[in-house]
Design a protein around this ligand. Sequence first.
Ligand code: PLP
Length: 273
Amino acid sequence: MKLWVDGGLRDAATARVSVLDHGLTVGDGIFETVKATAGRTFALTRHLDRLARSARGLGLPEPDLDEVRRACAAVLEANPMALGRLRITYTGGLSPLGSERGDTGPTLIVAVGEAARRPDSTAVITVPWTRNERGALTGLKTTSYAENVVALARAHEHGASEALFANTVGQLCEGTGSNVFVVLEGRLLTPPVSSGCLAGITRALAAEWTGAEEADLPMDALERADEIFLTSTLRDVQAVHRVDGSQLPGAPGPVTAKAMRVFDERAASDLDP
Ligand code: PLP
């Protein structure tokens, strides 16, 4: 596999970043995951906008988005695959041991791996840990992901593929790497960004294409919902058939099935040139 680092394509086996990179030592970095079908990305401009927003939020120098585009194109060309997941990482760069950034400037890494087509439905759990809707990192896609790793491991222990968080005031927020939608009393609803969730790109497109509304939701909305689905770059729209111990019979239900269909059709015709 060839990846992009240090301004060019390198062999993945020998590509190196410093052991003192701030992304490694303190998790000071941002990232994006972008889907590519037969070498064509989906929603790359939205991902780059969010990368730039995350950089500003973290106080990193503005990424050179032309270089990021060139890197994505070069990596996709060097690694042909039917369905790929590009991973763009932009870190604090080489820094002395300590918590302040050094002055070498950030490190850009673009890699790609095979992506699997999502199963139509999945099980989720809720976890007792909270998302902070008012933190310095809220809404930024940072590489400080260890809490998600712990929650996801808990989900896997329970035969689930995702863990859902409440925020600090007990409202439904998001998953470790996905946003959540519920069908409640005939309405399709998703938590607002003010809940502390990431402004998911799939969330925004799915909401636009299905007419879903934003609403603050208590956690027990998950018990009362007729249907639940997740959205993310790698899941697209994915039905939930079990939350903790409770089954949602017939998942994907009619609203979810329609959202999946609409998303698949629109996304397939909206690939980047
Ligand atoms: N929420 C979190 C915490 C995420 O990490 C992600 C994606 O990785 C999402 C939501 C979904 O966002 P997107 O649809 O842009 O992939």
